[in-house]
Design a protein. Structure first.
Length: 86
């Protein structure tokens, strides 16, 4: 089963490079196993939200910040592994 990862990021804030970096890291961690999509908001929102199979697992608007540390990345990886049944 392919796990779906959807990332909503602030299009008005220039967060696309942060989305691209996280997408690349996840593709390296789970080669060929994920369907990763991204959506830039049309206005300034400050959002950087990560959903795994429609479940919110990381939220900048809920004070998680960016996925910019090993512990934050591992939390997303753990959520993906759980969705895979590992």
């Amino acid at each position: 089963m392919t796990v779906k990862v959807h990332i909503i990021y602030c299009g008005g804030c220039g967060y696309r490079p942060k989305f691209t970096k996280l997408k690349t890291l996840l593709e390296d961690e789970f080669p060929g196993e994920l369907e990763i999509t991204g959506e830039g908001t049309p206005s300034t929102t400050g959002w950087f939200e990560v959903e795994v199979n429609n479940k919110l697992v990381h939220s900048k608007k809920n004070r998680d910040g960016f996925v910019d540390s090993e512990s934050k990345f591992k939390a997303v990886v753990t959520a993906i592994e759980q969705a895979m049944g590992k």
